[in-house]
Design a protein around this ligand. Structure first.
Ligand SMILES: C[S@@+](CC[C@H](N)C(=O)[O-])C[C@H]1O[C@@H](n2cnc3c(N)ncnc32)[C@H](O)[C@@H]1O
Length: 216
């Protein structure tokens, strides 16, 4: 499964993210999977968030992670213009190497986890969520769940379903307020059910606030 910037589910994800950032106006915003920030004129998650924070003129600190060296250089170039007295921006490589910096999060922080594959919710991500869900921080977790039609792929299908349940159970363990909405994408044997999971107590009625962006 490959990431296609600007396709329908991607646009829905970006609208939901923009709405979330605008409602929360986080003091600290952290992305674990940033990509280059901008794709041939189409703005990605980091540039969209930085635009909103800049427009609202609030003080914020932004940490962006991209493991690919080439994409990280593009990310640096695409976000440089947003640096100001009000907005500090740090760009790093693999988020796993910096996770200790984020354990002191609180209810004013927002994390975006947006990997291309659901299997990236590995033991490190689960362990991180287990440590930070208790801090009251806000999250947008994007989970592309493969639905795999063919019999041979039943195992993968079960694995994906199990992973979504594991993450939702973890959110439940900390009794967090959350919304799980999804959009269907892909064709043939690679149908996907992309979950957009939002965790936040700052927006008590998540369903009402996100109905417009995520309809099904
Ligand atoms: C789906 S794309 C990100 C899309 C981006 N959030 C957006 O909406 O514009 C996933 C990106 O995460 C990066 N990535 C994957 N694992 C990572 C890790 N452990 N740390 C940092 N970046 C990672 C990949 O190289 C890829 O560019």
């Amino acid at each position: 499964m490959e990431y296609k910037p600007g396709n329908k589910p991607d646009k829905v994800k970006h609208k939901a993210l923009e709405n979330l950032v605008d409602l929360i106006l986080p003091s600290t915003y952290v992305e674990f999977h940033s990509g280059p920030g901008r794709y041939n004129g189409y703005d990605g998650s980091s540039v969209r968030t930085l635009n909103i924070l800049k427009g609202r003129g609030i003080d914020s600190t932004v940490y962006l992670h991209e493991k690919d060296d080439g994409l990280r250089q593009q990310l640096i170039a695409n976000t440089l213009g947003f640096k100001s007295d009000k907005q500090e921006i740090f760009v790093g490589g693999e988020w796993e190497n910096s996770q200790e910096n984020y354990l002191n999060a609180d209810h004013s922080w927002l994390f975006l986890l947006d990997p291309t594959k659901i299997k990236s919710y590995n033991k490190y991500s689960i362990n991180f969520l287990d440590k930070t869900l208790s801090t009251g921080a806000n999250f947008l977790l994007y989970m592309p769940q493969g639905l795999f039609k063919s019999k041979q792929q039943q195992k993968a299908r079960r694995g994906h379903r199990k992973k979504v349940k594991e993450i939702k159970d973890l959110i439940g363990k900390y009794q967090r307020n959350y919304l799980d909405r999804f959009i269907f994408a892909g064709r043939g044997n690679l149908k996907r059910k992309d979950h957009i999971v939002i965790v936040s107590e700052l927006i008590p009625d998540l369903k009402a606030c996100f109905k417009k962006y995520i309809s099904n």
